[in-house]
Design a protein around this ligand. Structure first.
Ligand code: GDP
Length: 179
């Protein structure tokens, strides 16, 4: 669906409290963006901006519209169907959120069957070393099983968050080239 260079629709998924809003705020605040005032479509939950990845511009529309509280799959499915790519977050301090990420990965596969939709499994809050409940190797193994990329981040420390967005763009470009 997406044109070269985007805009690519990237959806944030994950349990409540894992750091989706923190991710969206970093993206919207974008010290890294080419022009920090260019967030044209920025609202509460949607932010579109152009970033530079590997010397080429790409436009990302980040959607933080996921309602983690609802069990209503009719409310969730449209959100699941809307993305060109997904950042699937859990907190390394919350094992339940890790299990939830697995469930969401399975739901994504049902909603978007037979599509090579880029997904990155993101273990956030890696700064909270002493509260860690999910190891790096568990995260990596889960990503391998689910055939997606993996990264650990700390939104609080702004560690690896842009790497996750850049990785997303690289995957979207690769997918486009392979079509
Ligand atoms: P959401 O429900 O997924 O949108 O989660 P939020 O972004 O609202 O984050 C929930 C809480 O975790 C907030 O108090 C954040 O400040 C905190 N938080 C988010 N990311 C991190 C992180 O990487 N490290 C730490 N220590 N706290 C974080």
């Amino acid at each position: 669906s997406a044109e070269p260079g985007g805009p690519y629709r990237v959806v944030l998924l994950g349990a409540s409290g894992v750091g989706k809003t923190a991710f969206a705020n970093i993206f919207a605040g974008a010290a890294d963006s080419m022009d920090s005032d260019d967030c044209e479509l920025c609202g509460e939950e949607v932010c579109e901006k152009e970033i530079e990845v590997d010397g080429e511009p790409a436009t990302l529309t980040l959607l933080d519209t996921w309602d983690a509280e609802t069990d209503n799959k009719y409310a969730q499915e449209p959100c699941m169907q809307t993305g060109d790519a997904y950042l699937l977050l859990y907190s390394v301090t919350d094992r339940a959120s890790f299990l939830r990420a697995s469930e969401l990965r399975i739901s994504l596969r049902c909603v978007r069957p037979a599509q090579h939709t880029p997904i990155i499994l993101v273990g956030n809050k890696c700064d909270l070393v002493r509260r860690r409940e999910v190891s790096v190797s568990e995260g990596r193994a889960c990503a391998a099983v689910f055939d997606c990329k993996f990264i650990e981040t700390s939104a609080a420390m702004q560690h690896n968050v842009w790497e996750a967005f850049h990785g997303m763009v690289r995957q979207l470009r690769l997918r486009r080239e392979s079509k």
